[in-house]
Design a binder for this molecule. Sequence first.
Ligand SMILES: [Zn+2]
Length: 331
Amino acid sequence: MPIALVESACQEVAAAIYRVRLPLPFALNHVNCYLLRDRDGWTILDAGLNRAEIYAGWQAAFAELGIAPSAIRRIIVTHMHPDHIGLAGRLQQETGAAVFLSPLEWEIAQATWAPNPQRAAIVTAYLRRVGAPAAVGAIVEEQEEKLRRMTQPLPVDVHLLRPGDSITLAERQWNILHAPGHAEGQIIFYAPADRLLLCGDHVLQRITPNIGYWPSSQPDPLGRYLASLRALLALDVALALPGHHGAITDWQGRLHELLAHHDARLEVAFTAAAAGATALEASYHIFNFDRFSPHEVRFAVAEALAHLEYLAAAGRLIRYEKDGFAAYRAA
Ligand SMILES: [Zn+2]
């Protein structure tokens, strides 16, 4: 990796908070992780995937900031998606750091990324839910297996961070908030004194966070996401540091954009399903599949299902069975 790229990958974005931008092998080609400095050592917030170039990126960041492995005291993971948890286990092994997740994300991380003999049955049930033929199961499992390899080893002796608790990081007091929607048990961190927010993938600039209905989802993830965004409008935020793309300085403005985006997408989803459609069929009307990899198709279908489920919960669509698949039509 060219040295200039490595140097610019590590940047102080607030006092004692450094953003470490690491490469991802996806259409979304990077993840923002953070290094937080305290008197007793450093905290990593989100780890990236277990891949050689990401590991090298961390080594470069440690070298640049003069951090010895033993000075990494804590590794906090905002949510269990592979680009956030993937390297946590390996970094834990090498630094001896304690790893922290929310109880719900740790439970889902183990169910998803640890070897799970029930996984094939879970995938089959999910495919019926989205309207995809059973043959697609092999593609889904292959995709999951690829991602699973980039999350091993999982961390051990995980400590739990609960919404409502507070924690000291980067010499500030942070309130831990539950931020459901993109991931069921995602936690974000708010420092009222500095009006700073470490917002994970809950709110992003430039792209809208994927709000999907996954096998691990509780009912109506989109409804709970939109309720969370509305509640967060009241939060006084000067700077939000997200898991991808740039920092957010117009907090309320970005929340309003995301709320409007989903309002518009809900109307598209309603039109796509009004005469009867599965989530897979509706997703063809909502998204342009031409440029999608199988990885992205999964996100598109999960996002379509989340919108259809929202509309069903709101009473505008009804769920029914069509040729053995779950489908939706206007109420
Ligand atoms: Zn992410």
